[in-house]
Design a protein around this ligand. Structure first.
Ligand code: SF4
Ligand code: SF4
Length: 414
């Protein structure tokens, strides 16, 4: 199916109507962002209208195999083998960051990629503004990253994990101006940012610079739950290509509930749950590259299968995925639909977000993931901040006893 047919067929998909609208809109814009490139190898997409193409699957280097599960040291032999598998298949986009594996991820890539010519792969790194105590620290960090990665330049470089606070620190230290300077000196080819906040903040950041790309959290559960759809729409309207992180929601969408998984298996017994989730994200035309943090050679193999070549979801597959999503949501502990009618809470409690994270925990039993997501929420917006005012009670169409649920969650994770 070519892109035009795909966009047309997407319009008939009622269950994810907002997604269909976006696809139609992007087509009407005249193929400005990313076109699917067909060929024998991994599917690639053009960066805007240029000859630069990126593999639709990118190699995230945050969860590389470790020598020991609770230590950051990387199992170099296995990880290097995975890099070689990816390179051989044309998956030549590698994403790292200053603190991944306590700094060892950058060093690992420097070593693992040095046997390849520098123009045969894309290397992406990020500026953690929260590590900087002054504006001059930015240059120190940047130079250290170049050194660790054994390179003279980064193909893609981001202001890391921007939210309202990090953006204001970036502004205070003129981080954008510094990175623009690095770009003009050829040390950065494309400048962007990764993002973790509300769409309103995203809009503000977009106006604060001339961005080549942005990286957001996007998957079929977060599409509504964490307002990924709105983020994607804002970026698409602004003509900014999207790189996706967390397409499997930290691995949660790779292991669904048994009911949900059975629905997917009935339609395609061979396809993994991860493949369905990746195909959902890749079906969005303004997605330039999807990062998958691969930990085992089997993950690389499975992902490469999904993207060689990439097949957008058909109308029927979208319906099936929607059924699986409904089944998955049913077994969630709190039947919150993320409609957000209860928002805003007068004291700032992130009601649907908390319920979403809690549900995920109940399905996956992954306490590490719960901690990571829950404690990323400001203390003032966690369940314990609820003052039992009852303002949300009348607004919830699901008749959820929100204040009591907040008490329960706050008690469980005291
Ligand atoms: S009851 Fe709690 S969650 Fe609901 S609006 Fe009041 S403070 Fe917010
Ligand atoms: S109104 Fe109810 S169902 Fe909707 S997001 Fe709030 S808690 Fe969830």
């Amino acid at each position: 199916m070519n892109r035009r047919d795909f966009l047309k067929s997407a319009l008939t998909f009622a269950a994810l109507a907002p997604l269909a609208k976006l696809q139609a809109k992007s087509g009407a814009d005249g193929d400005k962002s990313s076109d699917i490139v067909s060929g024998p190898g991994i599917t690639r997409r053009h960066y805007k209208n240029t000859s630069m193409t990126l593999p639709l699957l990118g190699f995230g280097c945050m969860r590389l195999p470790r020598l020991s599960p609770d230590k950051p040291e990387i199992d170099f032999t296995t990880a290097a083998k995975m890099v070689d598998m990816a390179m051989k298949a044309g998956c030549n986009y590698f994403d790292t960051a200053y603190m991944y594996h306590s700094g060892l991820s950058e060093r690992f890539l420097g070593e693992a990629l040095k046997k390849y010519s520098r123009d045969s792969y894309y290397l992406t790194d990020k500026m953690p503004v929260w590590f900087a105590k002054s504006a001059s620290d930015l240059e120190k960090i940047f130079n250290e990253q170049l050194k660790r990665c054994q390179t003279d330049y980064f193909d893609f470089y981001m202001l890391h994990s921007l939210d309202e606070n990090h953006w204001s620190k970036a502004q205070k230290f003129h981080a954008y101006e510094f990175l623009e300077k690095m770009k003009s000196r050829g040390k950065i080819r494309k400048l962007g940012f990764s993002f973790h906040d509300k769409p309103e903040v995203l809009q503000k950041i977009i106006s604060g610079g001339s961005w080549d790309f942005a990286q957001i959290q996007l998957n079929y559960l977060d599409w509504d739950l964490y307002r990924s759809r709105e983020q994607y729409e804002i970026l698409t309207r602004a003509g900014i290509p999207v790189i996706v992180m967390e397409p499997l929601r930290g691995g949660a969408l790779a292991t669904l509930s048994p009911e949900a998984e059975a629905i997917l298996k009935k339609t395609d017994p061979q396809a993994s749950c991860a493949a369905w989730a990746l195909r959902y994200v890749g079906s969005l035309p303004n997605v330039l590259c999807i990062l998958s943090g691969m930990t085992l050679p089997e993950h690389v193999e499975d992902n490469l299968r999904t993207f060689t070549p990439f097949k957008p979801l058909t109308d029927n597959e979208r319906k099936v995925l929607n059924e699986a999503l409904a089944a998955y949501r049913k077994c969630l502990a709190i039947p919150c639909t993320a409609c957000r009618y209860c928002m805003p809470c007068p004291v700032g409690v992130e009601i649907p977000k908390i319920f979403g994270i809690y549900n995920q925990y109940k399905v996956s039993d992954n306490r590490w993931m719960f901690n990571k997501n829950y404690y990323a929420i400001d203390e003032d917006s966690r369940a314990s901040a609820c003052v039992d005012c009852g303002a949300c009670l009348k607004k919830c169409p699901q008749k959820l006893d929100i204040p009591n649920l907040m008490k329960q969650i706050a008690g469980e994770f005291k």
